[in-house]
Design a protein around this ligand. Sequence first.
Ligand code: CP
Length: 318
Amino acid sequence: MRYFKSVTDIGDLNEAVREAMQVKKNRFAYKELGRDKTLLMIFFNSSLRTRLSTQKAAMNLGMNVIVLDVNQGAWKLETERGVVMDGDKPEHLLEAIPVMGCYCDVIGVRSFARFESKRDDYEEKIFNQFVKYSGRPVFAMETATVHPLQSFADLITIEEYKTKPRPKVVLTWAPHPKALPQAVPNSFAQWMLATDYDFVITHPHGYELSQEFTAGATIEYDQDKALAGADFVYAKNWSAFEDPNYGKVLTTDRNWTITAEKMALTNDARFMHCLPVRRNMIVSDDVIESPRSIVIPEAANREISAQVVLKRILEDLQ
Ligand code: CP
């Protein structure tokens, strides 16, 4: 594997899950694979889980790890060509990327949507420049439009906790005070649609996601109807995708918060969220603390999804 961004980059999902379970049983079995190899993790945004789980996965594989927070301690980076650089950004990404490539063997990139231009966000300008100019394998640690390491971990978690071959999985929008990217729901939809699960998305009108990721999904605007019989409830906020509201918060209606009453509509569903989560906006305290909540094992599986991806990249580097 040279690049990892889409569900199609991982190949057969059953095989990927089998490999994940094998890695989970003995996560130090491939410690020689990463010997004398260096992972550079570049963060344009804050992170807790991605940072720790990916570093841990790399260490399990015997890699050296360098972490760069672009906005803290590095030169501020200009990302656009043609800009007269007389402002506060003394370095251009087009020099910075190949220089970063000189110091490592593999690069992970975290770059959120900026919401300045839907076209720029959905063209993945930052991630694609790393692919084009670094000369190294590059994987997404959440980009402007996708979060595949999260979705792979979500899939592993559902496979571990499902009690029937074809569970009903519901992705529900939930309220949040600030505009959040569509990356997590985009990827989650893409990965769930690649399985044979019964997959339903529910959200208020105006929060339709890109067809690029959701084509073929069942959309139900009535959250209560969507939750009926659900085996897994995956809550997430996202901002509007459709123009002219791209990147805007259209409502913070707390009738969409996942509460015990909402969970009572389900088939005793497991509750999932990628974290970080705003309690009593997205989900009530009692639901996230209940025995049906699997947010912690879900986060723990981030180490496993990252390790499978890094393992495959390293295998192709040998
Ligand atoms: N879920 C997730 O990616 O968490 P962080 O933003 O903390 O990395």
